[in-house]
Design a protein around this ligand. Structure first.
Ligand code: SAH
Length: 394
């Protein structure tokens, strides 16, 4: 067993069960990609078992903080079992559920989403990559799903020195799937779509959006960064008269059009714009258009804290435009999925956007990821998705 020894004083975060060891904390020791290592304090005290990622700044990701744990097939089976048991207790009313959420489920670098009887996985770190076969077999056995598709084509995989990998790992079948959420039908494609095919983390917020549109009687709705139109379908289900969806991805908008039809809504109530959101918002302002409800759900603008400053300006600008385009009494659902922008900072950004826009707003609610994307006490980075519901004062 290879040992990685930390520099003096660098044991604190592992003692608090945070699973990452950065390269700068290491005094000596290395291992092959994904190899299990023992991490010791400078004084030689056992801290954790982990997987080595020789090319990443996150050099070790911890599997266990218990010296008695053996990192073997049984370990992965029981850790997966625990993640599955949590989802069962949550009783999520959808056939699309996140079963494993990486570090938050004790499996750094592993994402598993279940769409009906199809599993879709992302392996984004050397540790889970090395145990891929063991994990795939255990998932098939524990879930009873006959097929598993790999979508390891995220940029975070590159940071671990791994090449993209996609395709069926176990079984095969169609890659198109129909998701059910809040009684709506949403088509997606696990091979072509973003991430594993859909943004499951926004499930609860889409339901809350539908409720607000309904309660406030919103007529004109704008869904920015719509992807396949989840929030647009929510608005139509809430009784919106006209929903404008903007995205820069043609295939996503084609799917959005299909999803509007799939739910029996008249295509005349839906406008789809293949365009840049920022430019479109400026154009709407020039044209004097106004909306009763607006969603701003941009892609990750600050992957890490290092990008936070530039991203903060981009978020502020978007929110300023969004708030200006709201009718008095209208609501803005604004989100950030950037790990590098914390809840407090996001709140500040939206507040200063309001000042710049000359708009007074009331924060009605804070939003976060759906509970099948848990955050653990030891891993605050798990809180990547945050949102605010802001009502423009009448
Ligand atoms: N709200 C969606 C998820 C949004 S993901 C849901 O609930 O499913 C972010 C989306 O922003 C992606 O679909 C991406 O294609 C789109 N996008 C990224 N940059 C954009 C830009 N500058 N203008 C318009 N759309 C953009």
């Amino acid at each position: 067993m290879k040992v990685i020894r930390l520099k003096p004083g660098k044991e604190r975060s592992l003692l608090r069960r945070h699973p990452w060891v950065f390269d700068g904390a290491i005094a000596k020791g290395s291992a092959d990609p994904g190899e299990t290592v023992r991490v010791d304090s400078h004084e030689g005290q056992f801290l954790a078992w982990g997987a080595c990622s020789p090319e990443s700044r996150i050099r070790v990701r911890a599997w266990s903080f218990d010296q008695a744990t053996r990192i073997d097939a049984a370990f992965f089976r029981s850790t997966l079992q625990r993640a599955l048991a949590l989802r069962e207790r949550l009783g999520i009313a959808s056939n699309g559920v996140r079963l494993v959420h990486g570090e938050s489920d004790g499996l750094p670098g592993l994402i598993v989403d279940r769409y009906g009887d199809t599993l879709v996985t992302q392996f984004t770190a050397c540790g889970v990559e090395r145990w891929k076969d063991v994990i795939a077999d255990a998932l098939i056995e524990l879930t009873g799903c006959p097929r598993l598709y790999e979508r390891s084509d995220t940029s975070s995989r590159e940071l671990d020195g791994l090449k993209p990998a996609t395709g069926w790992l176990r079984g095969d079948g169609p890659t198109a799937f129909e998701l059910e959420e809040h009684g709506w039908r949403l088509g997606l494609d696990i091979a072509q779509g973003h991430k594993t095919g859909y943004y499951l983390d926004q499930r609860d917020s889409r339901g809350i959006f539908r409720d607000h549109v309904q309660r406030l009687g919103c007529r004109e709705v704008l869904n920015c960064f719509s992807y396949t139109g989840g929030f647009s379908v929510a608005a139509l289900a809430g009784g919106a008269g006209q929903v404008t969806s903007i995205d820069s991805s043609g295939p996503a908008l084609a799917q959005a059009a299909a999803n509007v039809a799939l739910n029996g809504f008249d295509a005349g109530r839906s406008t789809l714009l293949d365009a840049d959101v920022n430019a479109s918002l400026r154009r709407f302002l020039d044209e004097g258009r106004r909306f009763d409800a607006i969603v701003l759900d941009p892609p990750k603008l600050a992957p890490t804290a290092a990008h936070a400053e530039r991203a903060a300006r981009a978020y502020k600008d978007l929110n300023r435009l969004g708030l200006k385009l709201l009718n008095p009494g209208g609501v803005l659902f604004t989100f950030s999925c950037s790990g590098g922008i914390g809840v407090e900072l996001f709140h500040k950004i939206v507040a200063s956007a309001g000042i710049d826009a000359g708009v007074d707003g009331a924060i009605l609610q804070r939003l976060g990821g759906a509970p099948d994307h848990p955050m653990t006490l030891a891993f605050p980075e798990g809180e990547y998705l945050k949102g605010l519901v802001v009502m423009r004062q009448a």
